[in-house]
Design a protein around this ligand. Structure first.
Ligand SMILES: O=c1[nH]cnc2c1ncn2[C@@H]1O[C@H](CO)[C@@H](O)[C@H]1O
Length: 481
């Protein structure tokens, strides 16, 4: 090698060191991590060979069954993933389970005209148009076909995702709301929530920060439940999960309001949210506004209401951070919500897709360590990114921006848990094991856990991660023999 070659090589090495240091600044890798990473990188390329080109496009979940049977699925499933930081509390229904447990109870009613489900304590109490679902089923000649069809009322299906004559958000919102009057009944909700926990905890999730409405649960007479009772219901299910599934598990709520509200409604709701935080500070941990971002007002129009937060916080003597959705948009001129999110001091950003187009903000977001909650399959199903290879996740990651991987509304996408998002994003963008370790680490590091608890969870996750990597290496070595 010539002197010039040697100099070039060492210059390149120095540059690469600088780049990786910036990307991994808060994280360390063991020798086993490095070794496993090399194996994993090759396996990902091999795994990709099993799928056709269209795997990444438009509706990747059409390959759901093949994904579950793939060589690497079990590793993705078992990987200790840390936290889920972006999930809507009411969109996790495990459809098959629902039809086995709750759908045919005497209190489950359905209106075939409006396609809505609703709880009624008795037949006499049922509103016009609603029939017991079990009685509707009993009248069917072909029960199997009917069951298959009714299941599609609760999820977004491929035909809807690909039907360009319809706006997916309309389909999506209608289907979500069709379940509220049933699943948010206090007794149904307890079972539903526990089932959600089971899925996530089995997949190596130790914490969930879910977006939820304040006081959305109701009793047998459809009366809203007081905050104290609602809190008690959540705690009962969380404690059961801690006892039966994992004692390290925690669940907190980011209170979500709606973008269709006017500023007075937002302000009043925010005040209620701050009051709830004062009462249960570990449980109610943040504030957000949801719904289709470009379907309603822009964030700067909400600012007059949102800026009142500091005043209200002072009054109650607590702080309730903003954790806003933002940049879930393909409108680049009209939508500069990300700028407003920075000014409003959001702690994290849900989605952040159009940050690529407001690239002048990337430095601020990196330096302020504002974690981006990435939701790959949601972005594809809601038609923001049709090809997962073009998702900005890896660009953010390589730039040094903190990201974590999330499922957003898994039940409504017809899946359970978070593994599908991990798997499909990894294949699409050729994430390696170090990238994934970073995403998992970020999901704990940028959670809103109180510092001591966070350190404790990081330690636990680290141990789980190390044994996962060791096991992976052992199995890979055995396969080679
Ligand atoms: O990706 C999203 N962006 C914005 N809002 C969403 C998204 N997914 C769900 N919701 C909102 O959350 C409610 C359920 O809790 C949905 O009805 C929808 O308004």
């Amino acid at each position: 090698m010539s002197a010039a070659d040697i100099a070039y090589k060492s210059k390149k090495e120095a540059l690469m060191n600088k780049i990786t240091k910036r990307k991994y600044e808060e994280l360390e890798f063991t020798c086993e991590d490095e070794e496993a990473n090399e194996v994993f990188r090759k396996l990902i390329i091999k795994e990709k060979e099993g799928y056709p080109e269209e795997f990444y496009q438009i509706y990747t979940l059409r390959h759901k069954e093949q994904i579950e049977k793939s060589n690497l699925w079990k590793y993705f499933y078992k990987m200790p993933k840390g936290s889920i930081l972006h999930l809507h509390f009411d969109t996790c229904n495990d459809i098959d389970w629902f039809f086995e447990t709750l759908a045919f109870l005497d209190t489950t009613f359905f209106n075939p005209e409006t396609n809505t489900f609703k709880y009624f304590k008795s037949k006499e109490a049922a509103e016009k148009g609603f029939e017991r679902l079990s009685e509707i089923r009993d009248k069917q000649e072909n029960k199997e076909e009917w069951l298959k069809n009714i299941k599609t009322r609760l999820i977004v299906i491929e035909d809807e995702v690909t039907d360009m004559t319809r706006h997916t958000w309309d389909i999506f919102e209608t289907k979500i709301q069709a379940m509220w009057q049933l699943i948010l009944h206090k007794d149904y909700f307890k079972q539903y929530l526990y089932r959600t926990f089971e899925h996530f905890i089995k997949e190596g999730i130790y914490r969930i920060e879910a977006r939820a409405f304040l006081q959305s649960l109701f009793d047998d007479d459809h009366k809203q439940i007081p905050l104290e009772e609602e809190y008690a219901i959540f705690q009962e299910v969380i404690n059961k999960a801690r006892k039966n599934l994992n004692p390290n598990f925690t669940y907190s709520i980011i209170i979500q309001g709606l973008k269709c509200w006017d500023n007075q409604q937002v302000e009043n709701y925010m005040a209620q949210a701050i009051k709830a935080k004062k009462q249960y500070p570990d449980f109610y941990i943040g504030f957000d506004l949801v719904q289709e971002e470009d379907g309603y007002r822009m964030m700067n129009s909400f600012a007059p209401a949102l800026l009142k937060k500091k005043e209200i916080e002072k009054e109650y003597g607590v702080e309730l951070p903003f954790l806003f959705h933002g940049g879930e948009s393909l409108n680049f001129q009209e939508n500069s919500n990300l700028v407003d999110l920075l000014l409003l001091e959001t702690k994290r950003i849900g989605h952040g897709i159009n940050l690529i187009h407001h690239a002048y903000l990337m430095d601020y977001i990196k330096n302020d360590k504002i974690c981006i909650e990435v939701n790959p399959l949601s972005n594809q199903i809601l038609r923001y990114i049709s090809d997962l290879r073009l998702h900005p996740a890896k660009t953010f990651l390589n730039y040094g921006i903190k990201i974590c991987i999330n499922p957003d509304d898994p039940g409504f996408f017809g899946i359970n848990g978070i593994t599908y998002d991990f798997y499909t994003l990894t294949l699409a963008q050729e994430f390696d094991l170090k990238d994934l370790k970073l995403c998992c680490f970020n999901s704990i590091q940028y959670s809103l856990l109180e510092e001591q608890q966070k350190q404790k969870l990081l330690k636990y996750w680290n141990e789980e991660w190390d044994s996962f990597v060791k096991q992976f290496l052992v199995e890979q070595a055995e396969q080679k023999l």
